[in-house]
Design a protein around this ligand. Structure first.
Ligand code: IMP
Ligand code: MG
Length: 180
């Protein structure tokens, strides 16, 4: 099952679940070291990050908390650059050690906005954690302290990431196969 077709696009297997598990293990070890003895408040960006955040959260030591926000800016294959409102933040993060968790950082537009909005709520620390990072399209200057893997600019799906809402259930990550 190396090839998946969704709505006329072909995707081929790119990063398998075993590698994803290793990436998450290494990320959780870094976070556990950096925050030893401190409480972490994870803020997860829905929908894409829900599977990653679940697997990461289970490997965090101590008494972390988790809550979920939503900010929709993405339409099909390319980023519109327009970002809508932030929904769902009902936790008081003032004085907390916050880590924002997302599936992928592409241009960084979405995350930059979330970082700015959350900074206003005066957390004592604020870091960013993403499973996938596309450095070639990243145009911002905020720090991404935790990223699982750098990838090329091609569109990916699986492990929470979607193409028009499909593909989130795949346990491996697939990359779009461009027509020859
Ligand atoms: P950015 O604002 O350009 O950084 O895009 C951020 C959001 O777009 C991510 O949180 C994803 O939800 C979505 N996105 C970016 N690249 C991909 C991709 O390759 N596959 C699926 N979703 C993506
Ligand atoms: Mg997302």
């Amino acid at each position: 099952m190396g090839i998946i077709n969704i709505k006329g696009k072909t995707f081929e297997k790119y990063i398998d679940n075993e590698e994803i598990n290793l990436i998450i293990k290494s990320l959780s070890q870094k976070i556990n070291n950096d925050y030893s003895g401190k409480e972490i408040c994870f803020i997860v960006v829905l929908n894409g990050a829900f599977i990653f955040a679940t697997d990461l959260f289970k490997q965090i030591e101590g008494l972390p908390t988790i809550s979920f926000i939503k900010l929709s800016s993405y339409d099909g294959l390319s980023s519109t650059g327009k970002v809508k409102e932030l929904i769902g933040l009902n936790t008081d993060i003032k004085g907390k050690n916050v880590i924002i968790v997302d599936d992928i950082i592409d241009t960084g537009n979405t995350m930059e906005l979330i970082v700015e909005m959350l900074k206003e709520k005066k957390p004592s620390s604020l870091e960013v954690c993403t499973l996938m990072f596309k450095p070639q399209s990243f145009k911002k200057d905020f720090n991404i302290k935790y990223f699982g893997r750098e990838i090329s600019d091609e569109f990916i799906i699986g492990y929470g990431l979607d193409f028009d809402e499909y593909g989130r259930n795949l346990k491996d990550i697939y990359q779009i196969k461009n027509d020859i």
